[in-house]
Design a binder for this molecule. Structure first.
Ligand code: UFG
Length: 351
């Protein structure tokens, strides 16, 4: 993995750069020497993230960060950002991401996630920028026939509109390359990102009741929720609870830096799984978090959640071989850093 930015892609525009994965990726890009243009409409992120990023990276690196409060669906505003900053590549995170909400509001999800991507691609094309890393998800594998999942495992129908938007954006970007082979597309399929920056300054701060396991566990540990609801203990897994490939968000962020270095000057579409290759059950996560927080975390077993699968984990060997990237942190590290952020910021970025 190269630590210094590829000269041809040294200025990168990051959509959704104030979000959970976006903010950690901005930190890693700045630390690797990139100039970063962060675009976020702040609809689901706090502007405080920008100060926190500056604190982490220090003054010199922070001077290489510019922020624009822009909705990527606003093509004219986005075009102005491109005119002013002339980025060489884009990492595209911006999008709505709550699975349950997407079932209730499909139009909002399709129009925001697909519409935003289409306008981004039009603006990129018009500015001769055709290198894009897309934040995809292991959700495109659906309920897998076998694990671990390789990039060659079949894509399966999504079970909710959020998943379909990931699925379709992969298709849209692939079709762009078919039409114009100058496009340089990398689809990164994330498994389950958790954890936080070890500084405790940035982390995951979901609005409302968390949908995902670890934020719920963290808020229970800090006293904001009474009890963790375990969604089913009758899956065909060793302890009956669902198994996922949890990956530390800092490892994940470094995967983007590795992908950018790798893709410089290429043309084509390439897919990489970003996971650890190891699955953990819901009960194992609760137990590891209890250990990290130094307290018992109460839980109850509820029925299965609609749309959940029993298990998935990655075969991450393609990223290791081609990008020279592999996850280095384990579940204990993830829980330690997640707890560090949650305990230092009990109400997230709110005072
Ligand atoms: N779970 C609970 N209780 C909770 C929340 C989750 O028991 O309160 C369980 C789930 O049933 C599952 C595991 O914890 O077994 C992980 O659930 P998450 O909601 O944290 O994560 P998912 O695997 O369901 O979803 C994640 C991302 C999605 C993405 C999907 C791809 O959040 O964005 O992976 O598989 F689409």
């Amino acid at each position: 993995m190269s630590d210094s930015p590829s000269p041809s892609l040294s200025r990168v525009l990051v959509t959704g750069g104030c979000g959970f994965i976006g903010s950690h990726t901005v930190v890693e890009l700045l630390e690797a020497g990139y100039e970063v243009v962060c675009v976020d409409d702040l609809s689901n992120a706090s502007p405080k993230v920008l100060d926190r990023i500056a604190q982490i990276v220090g003054d010199e690196a922070a001077r290489r960060l510019r922020f624009f409060k822009v909705d990527i669906s606003d093509e004219a505003a986005l075009a102005e950002v491109f005119d002013e900053t002339t980025p060489k590549a884009v990492i595209h995170f911006a999008g709505f991401k709550a699975v349950g909400e997407s079932v209730a509001k499909p139009l909002a999800y399709y129009s925001n996630n697909l519409g935003g991507t289409l306008s981004l691609c039009r603006v990129m094309d018009a500015h001769d920028v055709r290198a894009i890393v897309f934040s995809s998800s292991s959700t495109v594998y659906g309920d897998p026939d076998e694990v671990p999942l390789t990039e060659a495992s079949p894509k399966k129908p999504a079970t909710n509109p959020y998943g379909w938007t990931k699925w379709m954006i992969e298709q849209i970007l692939s079709d762009l390359w078919v039409a114009d082979s100058r496009w340089d597309v990398v689809l990164l399929r994330y498994f389950n990102p958790i954890g936080a920056h070890p500084s405790g300054l940035i982390g995951e701060d979901p609005k409302g009741i968390p949908n995902n396991l670890v934020p719920y566990v963290a808020q229970t540990a800090v006293g904001r929720r009474d009890v963790v609801h375990v969604y089913g203990n009758d899956y065909p897994t060793p302890d009956g609870t669902g198994i996922r490939d949890y990956i530390h968000v800092v490892d994940l962020a470094k995967g983007h830096v590795a992908a950018l270095a790798w893709m410089a000057g290429r043309e084509g579409v390439e897919i990489f799984n970003l996971g650890t290759g190891k699955g953990s059950s819901v009960l194992e996560v609760i137990s590891a978090f209890s250990e990290a927080a130094g307290k018992d975390i109460p839980f109850v077993v509820d029925p299965r959640r609609a749309g959940d699968i029993a298990q998935n984990w990655a075969d991450a060997s393609k990223a290791a071989e081609q990008l020279g990237w592999k996850a280095e942190l384990d579940l204990a590290d993830m829980c330690r850093d997640s707890w560090n952020f949650q305990s230092q910021n009990p109400n997230g970025y709110e005072a």
